[in-house]
Design a protein around this ligand. Structure first.
Ligand SMILES: [Zn+2]
Length: 474
């Protein structure tokens, strides 16, 4: 499930678009038109072929050049001379223009190393990183980010673009006072609606696969309906689901799936409808048409597991030793490294070694609830005592530290200090908050659009095929 989780994280990263659907659609036309204007290269900016050089060099092209994401190879061996030799190949007119080189951040990199590879000095590092509060992005560079340097003919840094993703970058631009202005640039992808449906005769994931539904979308569906359906135990032959979701395209290319807008799940004859809604605070959640959250305050299983290797029991008398050996949690067998997520919002109260628990994370959820996650191989970035976590945040990774015979997550659930069976307590747990009464008119107005859209598709399949892009209905 590692790949799925990575995909999911990537989507989370690419898709934090909290603009209301309607609003976003309204903006889309304008944004897309602007993008096209930006992307059409003007006749002045001729891009030289990268001639096998390790740094891609070009005349002063738009920062949004479509070839920005060409893979770079062997940056290590990129001698600074490359810049000079390539410049001499440019004609007179381009020689006076700036040159732009792109360096990819690799594991173990730091700013000085990267600047050095681009032919810049420690003084440049100092000036750029002290240019304003947004410069703190330079302290959070992850492998895969790209840095595009524009250096003028006096070997002076004119512009630095920190490219986080095709959709997000930071632009540092030298101003008249010899300081850098910083702009946070975010691009809007083109949003294409998709409709898919599938019937289940074995598992959700196999059904989704047959229906041409990506693993990422399937994970989202499992997450959305996880509060009402246990996909490991409750799915039955004859169950079915449908989903209206978004795909993100940039410059005509698919870059990932966006949010699920509305989904329906029929489980053992019962119908559930979940609609995406962005509330007045900008928080996104899924609700039924009456405005009740689809989500429980806790998710059922904090890890994608292969099987439950040991169930909860408080008083199991050992037949020979006549001693009581309790197992105060659920053991989820899963490969080492599988992400473990917080089952509910809360605050970390323990994140270190603890005897036979091995690496342990404990989360306090409000006054009454506490969850424990044991035998972790490692902790997720930023998880330490006092840190706040949201439901679904990765807090660590499955391992076999402490008294574990094989890799698994030992998960405990406590209410008012006493252990409860995590598997059965779930149905008694409170729901996440509903849409507040005063916000209901807004909720109904926005969700009605989605419901109408979905009803149109499900009740008139031939019409749907004509109104949605090709291949969207399978
Ligand atoms: Zn256990």
């Amino acid at each position: 499930m590692n790949l799925i989780d990575l995909t999911k994280q990537l989507i989370k990263k690419l898709a934090p678009n909290d603009l209301p659907y309607k609003h976003r659609n309204a903006c889309l036309g304008l944004v897309f038109t602007l993008l096209i204007l930006v992307l059409v290269p003007d006749s002045e900016s001729i891009v030289p072929e990268p001639q096998n050089h390790d740094l891609i060099l070009r005349a002063n092209t738009s920062p949004f050049s479509t070839s920005t994401f060409d893979p770079l190879k062997n940056i290590d061996e990129a001698p600074v001379e490359n810049i000079i030799s390539t410049e001499t190949e440019l004609d007179e007119q381009e020689k006076i223009q700036d040159s732009r080189s792109i360096v990819e951040v690799r594991s173990g990199d730091n700013l000085s190393l990267i600047f050095d590879r681009a032919g810049l000095t420690p003084q440049d590092v100092y000036r750029v990183s002290n240019s304003g509060s947004d410069a703190s992005i330079l302290t959070r560079l992850y492998p895969g980010y790209k840095l595009a340097f524009t250096i003028n003919e006096e070997k002076k840094l004119n512009e630095l673009e920190v490219i986080i993703s095709p959709l997000e970058s930071y632009l540092f631009k030298l101003n008249a006072t010899n300081k850098f202005d910083i702009a946070h640039v975010e691009r809007e992808p083109q949003i294409i609606p998709r409709y898919k449906e599938a019937a289940i005769d074995d598992s959700l994931f196999l059904a989704a696969q047959r229906g041409g539904i990506s693993a990422a979308v399937t994970m989202e569906i499992a997450g959305i309906f996880g509060g009402v359906v246990d996909f490991m135990l409750d799915t039955r032959e004859g169950d079915s689901f449908n989903v209206l979701y978004e795909e993100r395209h940039l410059d005509g290319e698919f870059i990932g799936t966006g949010a699920i807008q509305v989904a329906q799940y029929t489980n053992q004859g019962e119908n559930y409808t979940a609609i995406r809604y962005v509330n007045l605070n900008g928080d996104v959640d899924y609700y039924n048409p009456q405005g009740e959250s689809m989500r429980k305050a806790f998710i059922r299983n904090p890890v994608d597991f292969t099987r439950i290797s040991s169930n909860f029991t408080l008083s199991r008398r050992h037949p020979i030793l006549n001693t009581i050996r309790a197992h105060k949690g659920t053991d989820y067998a899963a490969p080492t490294g599988t992400p473990v997520v917080a089952s509910g919002d809360g605050r970390v109260t323990w994140a270190s070694r603890n005897g036979s628990f091995g690496n342990l994370v404990v989360i306090q959820h409000g006054e009454r609830f506490e969850t424990k996650y044991a035998h972790l191989s490692s902790y997720a970035r930023g998880v330490r005592v006092g840190s706040r976590v949201k439901q679904g945040d990765v807090i660590g990774y499955v391992g076999s530290t402490g008294g574990a015979t094989g890799p698994h997550l030992h998960y405990e659930f406590l209410i008012d200090g006493s252990h409860r069976n995590p598997r059965t307590v779930h149905d008694q747990l409170p729901k996440a908050e509903s849409v507040p009464a005063e916000e209901m008119p807004r909720f109904l107005q926005q969700t009605q659009i989605l419901l109408t859209q979905l009803n149109t598709i499900t009740s008139a399949p031939t019409l749907a095929q004509n109104t949605l892009p090709a291949n969207s209905r399978e």
